[in-house]
Design a protein. Structure first.
Length: 151
């Protein structure tokens, strides 16, 4: 089974990251939760560059939870970059954002999102969503991934 797989959360809002940490604890997920705060950090993490070069400490994720509206590189730019990487293009990327605009949903799927989830406003709902995600990870079989560029 896939216990202990890594989930990468990409969000620039510290309150949202704390909310996510609380939801994972409440959901009793046994997966490693890694966090980055903008699109440039997400790409560096996935490439294994800079502070993320130690794959024991920063393993490649099986799922990315990606916010759309962030500084430096937004979620669409990250999504587009990932889908252009041969070794990462099958990575499961869930958009997790406050936007419910149809054009945002359409654009996210155009760029290759696996799924589009609206950020809930209460902890119990987010914890239930994360429990479902963790259960899905547990039963799914993921292809092996390598850093972008074939490291």
């Amino acid at each position: 089974m896939n216990e202990g797989q890594t989930i990468l959360v990409v969000d620039d809002c510290e309150d949202d990251l704390a909310f996510m940490r609380d939801a994972f604890k409440q959901a009793k997920c046994n997966h490693l939760l890694q966090e980055v705060r903008n699109g440039e950090e997400a790409i560096a993490y996935l490439k294994g560059e800079g502070p993320y070069c130690d794959r024991k400490r920063y393993p490649l994720p099986v799922v990315v939870l990606l916010d759309l509206n962030m500084p430096k590189k937004n979620g669409y730019e990250v999504l587009s970059w990932v889908r252009a990487q041969t070794d990462l293009k099958r990575l499961a990327i869930y958009i997790l954002t406050a936007s419910l605009r149809d054009e945002d949903v359409e654009r996210a799927f155009y760029f290759g999102a696996t799924s589009y989830l609206a950020k809930p406003s209460n902890l119990a709902t987010l914890a239930a969503m994360m429990r479902c995600l963790c259960d899905w990870i547990q039963i799914n079989h993921f292809p092996p991934l390598h850093e972008a560029g074939g490291k």
